[in-house]
Design a protein. Structure first.
Length: 144
């Protein structure tokens, strides 16, 4: 399993940050590796599903996510799964005196032959995560 976590600080209030990030289709705007994000089912609440087309390790790949947990203004958790990979994305939002602290954490579990390639794939995960954290920070400031 590969895990990554990064906290960004923004002057945007927690409720605005939550509203923006809880609509997972907005990931296409803040994650530079997300080529397309489409809601497949649901109304955006728990149980809604999304297809994310991303650039990963030099290729385009689709991963279907389900919104697993949603706690207003504080927690968003999505789980993605396909035969080669299970991904869990967790976003926590904490109000601060000057805005919000947003912690973005990912867990990637590779399956089958891909689990043996995890040391090499960790380089691609690092880039994917770093790009996403930088994009998140830049876009959240626009909400302030």
């Amino acid at each position: 399993m590969i895990t990554k976590q990064h906290t960004v600080h923004t002057s945007a209030p927690a409720n605005a940050v939550f509203a923006y990030l809880a609509d997972f289709t907005n990931a296409q705007g803040w994650d530079p590796n997300a080529v397309a994000v489409t809601r497949l089912t649901g109304d955006g609440g728990v149980g809604s599903t999304y297809r994310v087309t991303s650039r990963f390790a030099g290729a385009r790949t689709d991963l279907d996510y389900e919104l697993a947990e949603l706690e207003p203004t504080s927690l968003i958790r999505l789980r993605g799964h396909k035969s080669a990979l299970t991904a869990v994305d967790t976003i926590t939002i904490d109000p601060t005196a000057t805005g919000s602290a947003v912690t973005y954490a990912v867990e990637f579990t590779f399956h089958g032959v891909f689990r043996f390639l995890e040391p090499v794939l960790s380089l691609a995960v690092n880039k994917l995560f770093t790009d996403g954290a930088e994009g998140l920070s830049a876009h959240l400031e626009k909400l302030a």
